[in-house]
Design a protein around this ligand. Structure first.
Ligand code: SF4
Ligand code: SF4
Length: 361
């Protein structure tokens, strides 16, 4: 497939795949740099469909189990397009307690439109494969674009198959896909409907809508967690702080999308992590001139460092659609907390416990 919002650069296709030995050596080297860290998540997402190399995924899971101890856990995770999930693979992931995500963008029409060439019937195939899995092991990942603004409809079309649903706005300059000034108003309305739906479900004793978004990487769920836990943040993400991505060019970047520039390079397979560059990356993340006057800055965390410079250069602040969305969702999160605390205090306490369980995300 060739998903229209994919951020990978074509020229990386010229590099050979990482070998299993290289992957092992990266995991060992990074973990040795952080001897006091107790949990390491090895995320295979960000460089193409991981299950195209399912044998190596299996080998990697077995390897990470072999190096895990009572003090230190290494766990493989990934997001797949779901087309290559065989019964055998699913059983293996279940046996080894591997939680993974499936990217799916709403109903069939929207999904196949966004997946580009070779996607015909992929939706049917994914649905068939999902039916083989116990939902406890899977999350859904949905990218919001101009083509699928009705998030309530998208959510309802997939939610009953998954343990968590993560909806996030697309990061793209394409006029066809990006959330435009025109579409943001529509998206905010759909989020208001989604908010009403959360409350209506709670009113009739169903917590699953809220639970499914606070368990994963959903943008609204992330803000709800922060508001429910009174948590403040100084950076957008942990890219380059506690997240390191080994790319096929054998360099280490702050995340899987960061190979767009050597600015985000923080080491290499041969030389290991470069702590001077990690320090600069941390400064880059926390130096948030762009957000300095924003009331939401300690809840939002700021703009992705990969697009920050462009925003500062063009002085885009208040009218940026992602900022408008962030602030709207933070306001909805605050309203949600106030309503739940007042009307359903015991339900609110239970949600806070779930937020604590997912605090690391
Ligand atoms: S909403 Fe925009 S300006 Fe405000 S903190 Fe977030 S990224 Fe920064
Ligand atoms: S740097 Fe940007 S794209 Fe990378 S993990 Fe952080 S927010 Fe996401």
């Amino acid at each position: 497939m060739s998903c229209k919002y994919c951020f990978r650069k074509d020229e990386y296709e010229n590099y050979s795949n990482l070998t299993f030995e290289e992957m092992k050596s990266f995991i060992i080297d990074v973990s040795n740099e952080f001897p006091n860290k107790r949990y390491f998540e090895i995320d295979l997402t960000g460089a193409g469909e991981p299950l195209l190399r399912s044998n190596e995924v299996i080998e990697l899971i077995i390897f990470t189990e072999s190096i895990s101890t009572l003090e230190r856990t290494f766990k493989v995770t990934f997001c797949t397009n779901g087309t290559l999930l065989s019964r055998q693979l699913i059983n293996f992931f279940k046996e080894h307690d591997i939680y993974f995500g499936i990217s799916i963008d709403g109903d069939r029409k929207v999904h196949e439109k966004l997946r580009g060439k070779n996607s015909i019937n992929s939706y049917k195939l994914i649905k068939k494969n999902i039916r083989k899995i116990n939902s406890k092991y899977i999350g859904a990942s949905l990218t919001i674009t101009n083509k699928n603004l009705n998030i309530l409809k998208s959510f309802q079309s997939i939610c009953n198959k998954f343990d968590s649903v993560s909806m996030k706005p697309v990061r793209s300059d394409s006029n066809d896909l990006k959330i435009s000034q025109k579409s943001i108003k529509q998206l905010l309305k759909y989020y208001d409907q989604f908010f009403e739906n959360i409350l209506n479900q709670i009113k009739i004793g169903n917590s699953w809508v809220l639970l499914s978004i606070i368990r994963g990487e959903d943008i609204f769920g992330k803000f709800i967690r922060r508001i429910f836990l009174n948590q403040s943040v100084i950076a957008r993400c942990n890219g380059g702080i506690s997240k390191f991505f080994l790319d096929v060019d054998r360099n280490i970047y702050v995340c899987g999308a960061a190979n767009i520039s050597s600015t985000y390079k923080i080491g290499s397979l041969n030389k290991g992590l470069d702590f001077d560059r990690i320090h600069s990356s941390l400064n880059n993340q926390t130096n948030r001139i762009f957000c300095s006057k924003c009331w939401a800055k300690y809840i939002c965390g700021g703009i992705c460092m990969l697009i920050k410079d462009k925003y500062v250069l063009n002085d885009i602040v208040d009218n940026d659609t992602l900022c408008i969305l962030n602030k709207h969702l933070i306001n909805l999160s605050i309203s949600l907390r106030l309503i739940l605390e007042e009307r359903y205090p015991s339900v609110f306490k239970n949600f806070v416990k779930v937020c604590l369980d997912n605090y690391y995300r």
